[in-house]
Design a protein around this ligand. Structure first.
Ligand code: SF4
Length: 213
């Protein structure tokens, strides 16, 4: 980014961080993914069981390796050598983890978190269950308002994730949503978190780089 682009992005981040704080979240900005990694680790107690949602961003930060190196028990269901039953058990374990790490498909400048999910385990854990939730998102996830957020989750995040997962959905071919009825549909649940959920401690960490989908 050149100087002017950096200035413009900084203003968007500032508006978003302030709005998130007004909505009850702890909101933090890290300019680089390296700083973001440290900000996350600083918030994870040394003995915490850490649940990890389906998130490219979390993996791009190197968080899973860093947590394993610190000796955490990490509940992570993406490993290819897990059976379907083992994956399901890990998804349930994430719901009662000490810390749950995820990203958000979109974050509005008004401080709302907007997400789509196929099974719903990731969005459920963002709302209630884990003692603490840490949401990490690159600046590419920031959008102006709820209308733009819903457009992003349906026409950017969902198609890219459908493509990544080789799902047999129209969006994995065309790159845009047609509100399909595919059995492999990945956006069965849409959530809008307007304010910090009452029983969950949520930190939103915005990163000054493009991360995830
Ligand atoms: S409804 Fe279907 S086409 Fe639309 S984003 Fe979801 S999976 Fe893709």
């Amino acid at each position: 980014m050149n100087e002017v682009q950096q200035w413009h992005t900084a203003k968007r981040v500032e508006r978003t961080v302030n709005a998130l704080k007004e909505n009850g979240f702890e909101a933090v900005y890290a300019s680089t993914r390296t700083d973001a990694l440290q900000e996350v680790l600083n918030r994870v107690p040394t003995d915490a069981l850490v649940g990890v949602g389906g998130s490219i961003t979390v993996r791009e930060l190197g968080l899973i390796d860093a947590l394993n190196q610190r000796g955490h028990q990490v509940a992570e269901h993406w490993s290819s050598d897990l059976s379907p039953d083992e994956r399901m058990a890990i998804r349930r374990q994430q719901l009662t983890s000490d810390v749950f790490l995820t990203s958000s498909n979109a974050i509005t400048e008004s401080g709302h978190l907007v997400n789509v999910d196929g099974a719903g385990n990731r969005v459920a854990a963002m709302i209630f269950g884990p003692k603490k939730v840490i949401v990490v998102a690159g600046v590419n996830k920031i959008v102006k308002n709820l209308e733009a957020a819903l457009d992003r989750v349906n026409n950017v995040a969902a198609p890219m994730n459908a493509k990544r997962l080789n799902r047999k959905t129209p969006c994995a071919v065309t790159g845009q949503c047609t509100d399909c009825r595919s059995p492999e549909r990945i956006c069965n649940v849409t959530t809008i978190i307007n304010r910090k959920p009452g029983r969950t401690d949520v930190t939103v960490l915005l990163v000054g780089e493009e991360l995830g989908y």
